[in-house]
Design a protein around this ligand. Structure first.
Ligand code: PMV
Length: 312
């Protein structure tokens, strides 16, 4: 049975490792699942005793296979899962800052466990998916969620803060500035951030941002949420810059400036960027058309709030 997962967009971000093998972050994070993007995964037994992972029909090799093979090794070791052939398909441009690996690892974890007849609860599945890619912890619960701070494998998991129905007007407009794969992986970015003293104030602020973001989601207050979202994104880009990485492109900055202009004219629109040039704009349904008209960038995708990973 295939499993389907959505990527998550972090309002408060994870950047830098407490543990770089288990992908434990230095601060808790808050995110939302994006329903317009997905990864589907289906697992079958392997005939040659080795794991193989395919994306849209092509086998993933080398660097691209690292995360899923790490996750599958963890499943062999701890859950007695046999060697597998996993087929995935996705509509997410990879390596552009849309957390495609988070959705992929959540879908692969569920598909592999289900194929092997292993049942785990949502919290445990979140910890397992996290071993493949940190942000996968959040794609397991989906909806509006918090990934709690934890210093051990078992303690670092994400759970639903509010289901999508809580705030049905909430939207994210994703402007795909470039479909080219980024040059610096998020793994490298995280590693450099862990060793960068400039990341310390970012982490301290993120702890405060988590409380502010949670309160804003509770109250469905887009202005309060947006303010935190934009600040937290700026902090991440500042740390990346200070580590020598430039993730944004000139077009990303042009969109960020447009978002600021829109806001000055009273539109609740707030930008956020991850490890790539993609600009996500957080807003409400009734402002989406105005934002699309003002920014006028063809490669744009509108998401509502997505669910957690599930079997289809
Ligand atoms: O889980 P990874 O390795 O793809 O890390 C993603 C980190 C950011 O997207 C930049 C921030 C976040 O919290 O999603």
């Amino acid at each position: 049975m295939p499993a389907l997962a959505h990527p998550t967009l972090a309002f408060v971000k994870y950047w830098g490792y407490l543990d770089e093998k288990l992908f434990l972050p230095l601060n808790p994070t808050v995110s939302v699942a994006l329903d317009a993007f997905y990864v589907r995964a289906e697992a079958k037994e392997s005939r040659d005793g080795k794991d193989h992972v395919y994306l849209d029909g092509n086998e993933l090799l080398g660097e691209k296979a690292k995360k899923p093979l790490k996750l599958l090794s963890f499943l062999h070791e701890h859950y007695n899962v046999p060697p597998l052939v996993v087929h995935t398909e996705s509509n997410i441009p990879m390596g552009t800052g849309i957390a495609s690996s988070g959705a992929a690892m959540a879908a692969i974890a569920l598909a592999a466990l289900n194929y092997s007849g292993v049942k785990v609860n949502e919290r445990e599945l979140s910890t397992i998916a996290r071993v493949g890619s940190g942000s996968a912890a959040r794609s397991v619960p989906g909806h509006f969620n918090e990934w709690v701070y934890g210093e051990t494998h078992e303690e670092s998991y994400a759970y639903v803060l509010h289901e999508r129905e809580h705030w049905s007007e909430f939207r994210v407009v994703t402007f795909i500035v470039s479909r080219e794969h980024k040059k610096v992986s998020s793994y490298r970015g995280h590693s450099l951030a862990s060793a960068n003293p400039f990341n310390v104030p970012r982490v301290l602020e993120a702890w405060k941002h988590v409380e502010l973001a949670k309160r804003a989601i509770d109250k469905r207050d887009i202005w309060a949420l947006g303010e935190v979202v934009e600040k937290d994104a700026n902090n991440l880009q500042a740390v990346a810059l200070s580590s020598g990485i430039i993730y944004f492109l000139p077009q990303s900055i042009a969109i960020m400036l447009k978002v600021r202009e829109l806001r000055e004219s009273g539109v609740p629109a707030f930008y956020t960027l991850d490890a790539g040039p993609t600009v996500h704009v957080v807003t409400l349904k009734k402002y989406v058309d105005e934002i699309l008209d003002a920014i006028d960038w063809k490669d744009a995708v509108v998401s509502g709030v997505g669910e957690g990973v599930k079997l289809e």
